[in-house]
Design a protein around this ligand. Structure first.
Ligand code: HEM
Length: 358
């Protein structure tokens, strides 16, 4: 015996298939009343948990790179790559629901009793994803007599507490945006330029449509919360904005001038974060519809009101809504303040040879 493994064993060993393929216990079969669809139900959740694991693995790397006071330019590529991978995984997790919907509600009813109080509600990896993205304990919908992690093991609770004590991706993005260069550069202050352009746009509108004066004034005031520190602080207290003023202004700057070479990466990053938030909301929606299809308006095995609770999370457990809300502060391109030539050149890619030739 050489101890050398056969090819099929190597594959099985490497992939840990002995553990994975023996981890599907159909409780209905154990009880002597096998329900065919229970296998799909188990495998489906397991596949999700594996994808959750992969998402957390990608987040480890992304968050390690974003933790630096100054994010190295060379870190941008892996950050974008892994964020995009998370987006693609989420998109697939969303579409995968089609597969579980091949299960008729009757089949679910037939084995549901064997789940006891088991529910995706107790998925600590899903909770960790939410927390690490930036969902705060105090912003969660109160469902039970106790906290959302009440039914988790002590070890899982510890994982969640540790994540809550560390900066979330949301915090990191806020800080990273706040440090965006070029919004203030030499005499140029993007913010003053933008405010000037917005006010001019409203002045022009008022001159053209004096009869709409009040409405135009309301439109102008809407911008106060991103122009004025005190108004922004009030809006933060009321929960209208969560991001810091500097981060919001930088995100707008990046969106507006996203064609500038140096801003293309940051614009992609914001786009991926927006995708993730949207896909998570879409997953919540599809999951809620599937739940309604399977159990109607009945309570969940985890103890919530079921469909009603899940639909509420769709609105209330969003995280990066600021990035969506910012779109109502964009103005038409024709009204935008042009970037000073010098800044635009600084933000471009230049080569020494070209400069020498100039
Ligand atoms: C027949 C299929 C399913 C049904 C009937 C169902 C039902 C429910 C219900 C009723 C809840 C609310 C909590 C409770 O009271 O139990 C819930 C939560 C949850 N389920 Fe499912 N579920 C199904 C499939 C899945 C799958 C495949 C996953 C993937 C892992 C999943 C993940 C979750 C998660 C993460 C939550 C917590 C959501 C939150 O609190 O925001 N569920 N599920």
């Amino acid at each position: 015996m050489t101890g050398k493994k056969e090819p099929w064993d190597q594959y099985h060993d490497y992939e840990g298939l002995d553990k994975i393929l023996t981890a599907q216990t159909m409780r209905s079969a154990e009880a002597g009343n096998p329900v065919h669809d229970e296998m799909l139900f188990i495998i489906f959740h397991q596949v999700y948990e594996l994808w959750f694991k992969q998402i957390l693995f990608e987040m480890d790397d992304i968050q390690r790179r974003l933790a630096n006071d100054i994010v190295d330019d060379r870190d941008m590529q892996p950050i974008l790559q892994y964020l995009n991978r998370i987006v693609v995984i989420f998109r697939n997790m969303l579409n995968m629901i089609d597969i579980l919907e091949t299960m008729p509600p009757q089949a679910f009813v037939d084995f549901r009793q064997y789940l006891s109080t088991a529910s995706g509600f107790q998925s600590w990896q899903f909770r960790l994803i939410e927390v690490r993205l930036g969902l705060k304990r105090e912003d969660r919908i109160p469902v039970f007599h106790a906290d959302f992690d009440h039914d988790l093991s002590e070890q899982s609770k510890a994982h969640i507490r540790n994540a809550e004590d560390a900066p979330s991706l949301y915090d990191q993005i806020d800080r990273w945006l706040s440090r965006t260069p070029f919004t203030e550069w030499q005499d140029y202050k993007f913010w003053e330029e933008y405010r000037g352009a917005v006010y001019k746009m409203f002045d022009d509108k008022a001159a053209q449509h004096p009869q709409d004066k009040d409405e135009i004034e309301r439109g102008r005031h809407k911008f106060d919360s991103i122009f004025d520190e005190n108004k922004h602080a009030d809006a933060q207290k009321q929960g209208t904005w969560r991001m810091s003023l500097k981060a919001l202004q930088a995100a707008l700057f990046i969106n507006i001038y996203s064609n500038e070479p140096i801003l293309q990466g940051p614009a992609q990053l914001l786009n991926s974060i927006t995708d993730i938030d949207e896909l998570l909301a879409r997953w919540r929606y599809r999951h809620a519809l599937m739940v309604q299809r399977m159990v109607g308006m009945g309570a969940g095995t985890g103890g919530s009101s079921g469909y009603g609770y899940l639909m509420e999370t769709l609105q209330k457990h969003r995280i990066f809504t600021d990035l969506f809300a910012l779109s109502s502060y964009l103005i038409p391109s024709q009204a935008l303040p042009p970037l000073p030539e010098q800044i635009s050149r600084e933000m471009g890619y230049r080569y020494k040879a070209q400069e020498d030739a100039a």
